[in-house]
Design a protein around this ligand. Structure first.
Ligand SMILES: [Zn+2]
Length: 407
């Protein structure tokens, strides 16, 4: 990160090429730091440039406010929006050529007039859509095998349970890309369409003109689909249609806003889906939490506290060999330039993969509580999200402190 702020670096420089170079460098720095957003914020005297990295803001630069017109105009040109419109919000897209890896990076831009000037926020979209796949979801091997095995039979409902900000679309697309679109009719209902995927029929819902998930889903099942991806299940109607589609030999992928895998089952029952239909239709729920991944450039070995060791043993003994666990080495981070002195670099997920096998059927039919279902699932081999997180600490992807925060 830039610790020596460039307060006057661009002051009064009117040469457009200075701004072109400056913005190119800014995009490059943002991509290399794995920032998710760039905020360009005018104040009375300064222009703040901040990156959002792993959920937190990091100050990137502070420029003299005189540079704003040059910078905003250049960004408007790049995103092909109206240069002379500064009274209304606008949206556009920049395709930035990241030369080091010769790849195009899509950057979604939005402007909003504020009391000083327009504020510009840019979202850096996925670097390369081809990198999203099921292997890139940070599933531990045992869960990855379960997920792959379940996807082999191509019917039923697969749900991603997500709390806010857990990047559900990456997981959905990762699973979707497990299938060759030339061998299947894959159709999606999205809001919004984030990545274009070749040979997949993607539709954007438009609730304002009555194209909601449920109205579109009704039409979509007449399109002879094999695999249907619905962005989100929010209401009974969509849930019921998804269940019906799954029961008529379709694979339905969707997401639902809940906190755990077994809560998802309960949520659907509470929405009004018939338990006996649900028990037959549900195939798998992947519950996920997005977490910061430890920086691999500055991580270092350390001794965890005795109290933590006790907790780790308690949680992992049921699933890991005791001697193996005793030999485990844990890491935490220092700080370095590569991670912008945060200790984190990029993100990953912790998971809980619930496979809805026969043992769950009686519990679903009886509308048992999410906790009862969870206990039964654990007995039948489900790895809890805390166990998953601690296994990731054993694998040096996170720290024990971070993993124990899930408790
Ligand atoms: Zn680092």
């Amino acid at each position: 990160m830039n610790n020596n702020l460039n307060i006057d670096a661009l002051k009064l420089k009117r040469d457009v090429w200075d701004i072109v170079d400056y913005l190119n460098k800014m995009f490059m720095n943002a991509i290399e730091l794995w920032a998710s957003d760039i905020h360009i914020e005018p104040t009375e005297f300064f222009l703040l440039i901040r990156f959002r990295k792993d959920g937190d803001f990091v100050l990137y630069d502070k420029l003299h406010v005189e540079n704003i017109s040059g910078i905003v105009t250049r960004l408007k040109v790049l995103s092909k929006i109206k240069i002379d419109e500064n009274k209304k919000p606008q949206d556009g897209k920049i395709v930035y050529m990241y030369e080091k890896e010769s790849q195009n990076v899509d950057i979604r831009l939005s402007t909003l007039p504020t009391n000083y000037w327009e504020k510009v926020v840019m979202r850096i979209l996925k670097q390369d859509e081809s990198l999203i796949n099921i292997e890139a979801l940070w599933l531990i091997d045992i869960n990855l095998e379960k997920v792959r095995a379940e996807l082999k039979s191509k019917y039923g409902i697969v749900l991603i349970a997500w709390p806010t900000g857990s990047w559900k679309s990456t997981t959905l697309f990762g699973i979707l890309k497990n299938f060759n679109p030339l061998e299947y009719n894959i159709s999606t209902l999205e809001d919004p369409i984030e990545y274009a995927i070749e040979y997949v029929n993607q539709s954007q819902v438009k609730p304002e003109i009555w194209y909601t998930f449920s109205t579109w889903l009704r039409s979509l099942v007449r399109q002879d689909p094999d695999i249907i991806m619905v962005w989100e299940i929010r209401d009974k109607e969509t849930a019921t249609l998804a269940v019906e589609a799954a029961l008529t030999w379709h694979l339905v992928l969707s997401t639902i806003h809940t906190n755990s895998a077994t809560w998802t089952v309960q949520r659907l029952i509470n929405m009004g889906v018939e338990p006996f239909l649900l028990a037959s239709a549900m195939k798998m729920v992947i519950s996920q939490r997005l977490w910061k991944k430890i920086c691999s450039d500055c991580k270092e070995e350390y001794q965890i506290k005795d109290i933590q060791r006790k907790k780790v043993n308690e949680i992992l003994w049921p699933i890991i060999d005791k001697s193996e666990l005793d030999a485990a080495v844990f890491y935490h981070w220092k700080w370095c330039e590569k991670c912008g002195y945060t200790g984190y670099n990029w993100r990953m997920w912790f998971h809980e993969v619930l496979i809805v096998w026969d043992y769950l059927e009686p519990l679903i039919l009886e509308k048992e509580s999410a906790n009862a279902m969870r206990d039964e699932a654990v007995k039948n081999g489900m790895i809890t999200i805390t166990q998953d997180a601690l296994l990731k600490a054993v694998l040096w992807e996170t720290t024990v402190d971070e993993a124990l925060k899930l408790l």
